[in-house]
Design a protein around this ligand. Structure first.
Ligand SMILES: O=C(CO)[C@H](O)[C@H](O)COP(=O)(O)O
Length: 220
């Protein structure tokens, strides 16, 4: 599939979501951060908004669920029209069942790891997943500083995917910008979430294209 950019709308104008998404036609996905004020100390948007947005976005939605009760709610996001649904390893009680339920609804199943959560205990689970999201900030807020300490985990994840002959995508999220994306691509990421870098740019779509070109050059 190659390099993909999935701008996070967390830093967009939330009162004009459909218009904000229309400003990034070069994006491969639209990343939607769902936060419940329990799993993370922030509250954003939920199922009804995601359902409404999926009817207006020309790209598929990439839902990142930063919620406690992932087992109950994640399949509903797939049913609501998201093309990819990410639950957190730290929140899911039955991740294999959950990944299968998401896939059964026709969406890609993905699992996220907070910066302190290792990848190794999940090696056997990789075959059940279409993507692993390696968080490069503590989840909860946009605009944070990129954590370089997460890069060794990304390299390990890439090695495990290769070792098992899988096609699992590796996503990074948090502090991804023109300054940091190269390091992520070199470490093995192929799907890049960028929030403030895209929506604080004068031309968000030009920024999406620049991020993609920079990652592609670093990955080759
Ligand atoms: O999941 C997130 C925060 O928990 C956001 O997707 C992420 O932080 C994107 O924003 P930025 O690129 O500004 O860091």
């Amino acid at each position: 599939m190659g390099i993909q950019i999935t701008p996070s709308i967390l830093n967009a104008d939330l009162s004009r979501l459909a218009d904000e998404v229309a400003r990034i036609p070069s994006a491969d996905w639209v990343h939607v951060d769902v936060m419940d004020n329990h799993f993370v100390p922030n509250l954003t948007l939920g199922l009804p908004v995601v359902e409404a947005l999926s009817k207006h976005a020309s790209q598929p939605l990439d839902a990142h669920l930063m919620i406690e009760d992932a087992d109950r709610w994640a399949p509903a996001y797939a049913e609501a029209g998201c093309g990819s649904v990410t639950f957190h390893a730290e929140a899911a009680k039955a991740p294999v069942r959950l990944a299968r339920e998401i896939r059964a609804q026709g969406a890609r199943a993905s699992m996220a790891l907070k910066p302190a959560t290792p990848i190794e205990p999940y090696e056997a689970l990789l075959a059940e997943l279409d993507m692993v999201l390696i968080m490069t900030v503590e989840p909860g807020f946009g605009g944070q500083k990129f954590l370089d300490l997460c890069l060794p985990k990304l390299r390990t994840a890439r090695e495990l995917v290769r070792k098992h002959g899988l096609e699992t995508w590796l996503q990074v999220d948090g502090g991804v910008s023109l300054e940091t994306i190269e390091r992520c691509a070199e470490a093995g990421a192929d799907v890049f979430v960028a929030g403030s870098a895209v929506y604080s740019a004068e031309d968000p779509d030009a920024m999406v294209q620049a991020l993609k070109a920079t990652a592609e050059a670093a990955a080759t």
